[in-house]
Design a protein around this ligand. Structure first.
Ligand code: FES
Length: 212
């Protein structure tokens, strides 16, 4: 299974350098690994563990807590249909049934061509726009069955590729922080005074921050 590529190891080290302790970068590195393969491979998680200095079990323990991290391969597009209360009342369940029938799969499965994974999800915080769904966490609001068919066709034809990258890619623009602009990375217990006091009132900071 894929390990982190040399380029992603380089990016991982850059990300780690922004945190007080390497292990604080665990979740950003998991996103990096998922961006690389679309899901979290065991080998990539081992690489992450080594990079941040924790055990593979700790990495799995963290990753498995969050629904967005996938521990098994998923489709190029993960479709989350909300069936929580607002969406349920406005047709979410019907929409999910339509999605199941159209894709020929049940929630939690992936189509044979590897294009789509269907998920039945809890509220995704867009209740005023119910019923709604997400494709790779990009929202579609007030979705009808016809809308769903159109979204599928557009995804298959690549008409949404500009707005919806493949699963795992949260942003096409990698965060770049010049070295001099990295936020304070001194561990809290080593900070004499909070960094915001140091920046806003250097005199008070020099006095130990007592007057702040
Ligand atoms: S209930 Fe569906 S977004 Fe809240």
């Amino acid at each position: 299974m894929p390990r982190l590529t040399p380029e992603n190891v380089r990016r991982a080290k850059e990300i780690i350098s922004r945190y007080p302790r390497p292990r604080s970068a665990l979740i950003p590195l998991l996103h990096l690994a998922q961006e690389q393969d679309g899901w979290l491979t065991e080998d990539a998680m081992e690489d992450v563990a080594e990079l941040v200095g924790v055990t593979p079990a700790q990495v799995i323990g963290t990753a498995s807590f969050y629904e967005m991290f996938k521990m098994e391969p998923v489709g190029r597009y993960v479709i989350n249909v909300c069936t929580n209360i607002s969406c349920l009342l406005l047709g979410g369940e019907t929409l999910l049934q339509h999605a199941e029938a159209t894709l020929g799969i049940k929630p939690g499965s992936t189509t044979e061509d590897g294009l789509f994974t269907l998920e039945d999800v809890e509220c995704v915080a867009a209740c005023t726009e119910a019923p709604c769904l997400q494709v790779n966490y990009r929202y579609f609001y007030r979705v009808t069955n016809d809308d769903f068919d159109r979204i599928l066709a557009d995804l298959r034809d690549g008409d949404l590729s500009r707005d919806i990258p493949e699963h795992g890619i949260l942003s096409r623009v990698p965060q770049r922080i010049p070295t001099g602009k990295v936020a304070n990375i001194t561990p809290p217990e080593d900070q004499r005074v909070p960094v915001w006091i140091e920046r806003a009132a250097p005199d008070k900071a020099a006095a130990g921050g007592d007057e702040a």
